[in-house]
Design a protein around this ligand. Structure first.
Ligand SMILES: NC(=O)c1ccc[n+]([C@@H]2O[C@H](COP(=O)([O-])OP(=O)(O)OC[C@H]3O[C@@H](n4cnc5c(N)ncnc54)[C@H](O)[C@@H]3O)[C@@H](O)[C@H]2O)c1
Ligand SMILES: O=c1ccn([C@@H]2O[C@H](COP(=O)(O)OP(=O)(O)O[C@H]3O[C@H](CO)[C@H](O)[C@H](O)[C@H]3O)[C@@H](O)[C@H]2O)c(=O)[nH]1
Length: 339
């Protein structure tokens, strides 16, 4: 849509977090003007690339969001801010409905009122619940099994309804399992309180935790452990940039799965970590974790059809190499006493 559109700045909520900060890097590399709004409840200032304007604040602060949109010439919003852990959402649903649903409603309403042209939202494969068949297409019925999944589906619905009465178009990106870190070592997942398999496995591999517990080996899968579709965070960042291009060239509001379209079992992930490190991984067999879905694999036809994007890191060993390098760098930072 031309140079004037390109000039519109992008507001990235949650840009000090794991995925948002990788997306900021891609946007900066493409020469875009980026403003991050993050309350630093989970994120870290140092994750944000140089050249990005940072504002510490809450997405539900309507006056602040309105002022940022007006004063920075914001045309696009990428919304990452929120609570992200499935088991945590079972323990504290109020936090998930407050932060994810109520605060997102406030943000979306402010954006629509302010004339934002396009909104890219971080959704999740957790909206599907246990799918009847694999791979999961975007038309698979959604039956979330956790407050986290419900909260994300509610936001998708709000975007669809508000999109009907405003000019704001949206892309909801349903991420499957995000993993890995910036290959140049500039950023990765920083919060220690994590439940993500590859992160936990890499922490165990470099001694940041004692072992990896495998949750269940009696699923109806080839080796009895669950299967997931892991996408490298840098590829996912590229998908966001492509989604912006899609909206910019007039694309209609839509929902898109983000994965590679093939899965690995937990045992295969463990084998890959051992292959990459050349050492056995400390592993303990545990029972099933509540709410776990036996297998999740994305159908990626829509992503390939609509977005000008192709994967660069679709290789489990490469994902693990970047994740391990990041954990090793955290060890060095801690040892140097400035964690
Ligand atoms: N990590 C995954 O595997 C995964 C999978 C599917 C979907 N997602 C979604 O992607 C998004 C980003 O996830 P992430 O892994 O980068 O998480 P993260 O916790 O690293 O980042 C979230 C960021 O949002 C900020 N934040 C939280 N509440 C805020 C508020 N009220 N106002 C302003 N900032 C606030 C936090 O400080 C943090 O920097 C989330 O919406 C998450 O639900 C993540
Ligand atoms: O220490 C661990 C951690 C995980 N797992 C297993 O590894 C698989 C993946 O678990 P994660 O916690 O890494 O991820 P989930 O698939 O449960 O959920 C993730 O992917 C979802 C989409 O499928 C959502 O996006 C959600 O935000 C994100 O946490 C599960 O079978 C889990 O039981 C273990 O065995 N041990």
């Amino acid at each position: 849509m031309g140079a004037a559109t390109q000039a519109d700045a992008i507001l990235v909520t949650g840009g000090a977090g794991y995925i948002g900060s990788h997306v900021c890097q891609v946007l900066c590399d493409a020469g875009r003007q980026v403003v991050v709004l993050d309350d630093l409840s989970r994120g870290h200032r140092r994750q944000i690339p140089p050249g990005v304007t940072f504002v510490q604040g809450d997405i539900a602060d309507d006056a602040l969001v309105g002022q940022l949109i007006a004063s920075h010439g914001i045309g696009w919003v990428m919304h990452f801010a929120g609570r992200i852990l499935v088991p945590d959402s079972m323990r504290d649903p109020v936090d998930y409905y407050t932060t994810n649903v109520a605060k997102s409603l406030s943000l979306i309403a402010t954006c629509a009122r302010a004339g934002i042209r396009g909104f890219v939202f971080s959704s999740t494969a957790a909206v599907y619940g246990t799918p009847a068949q694999l791979p999961v297409t975007e038309d698979t019925p959604c039956r979330p099994m956790s407050p986290y999944g419900h909260s994300k589906l509610m936001i998708e619905q709000m975007l669809a309804d508000i999109g009907q009465v405003s000019a704001m178009r949206f892309v909801c990106l349903r991420y499957f399992n995000v993993a890995g870190a910036d290959p140049q070592g500039r950023r990765g997942q920083r919060e220690d309180e994590t439940t993500h398999l590859i992160r936990v496995a890499c922490q165990a591999a470099v001694g940041r935790r004692a072992f990896l517990e495998v949750f269940g080996d009696d699923y109806d899968t080839p080796d009895g452990t669950c299967i997931r579709d892991f996408i490298h965070v840098c590829d996912l960042a590229g998908v966001h940039y492509a989604a912006l291009g899609y909206l910019d060239s007039g694309g209609k509001s839509t929902v898109i799965n983000c994965g590679y379209g093939h899965g690995y079992s937990i045992r295969e992930v463990i084998a890959a970590v051992e292959r990459v490190t050349g050492r056995p991984l400390p592993v303990r067999q545990g029972g099933r974790r509540d709410g776990d879905i036996p297998a999740m694999v994305a159908a990626v036809g829509r992503m390939r059809a609509l977005l000008d994007w192709s994967p660069r890191y679709d290789d489990l060993d490469q994902i693990i190499r970047t994740a391990l390098a990041w954990e090793e760098s955290l060890n060095r930072t801690d040892a140097a006493g400035h964690g």
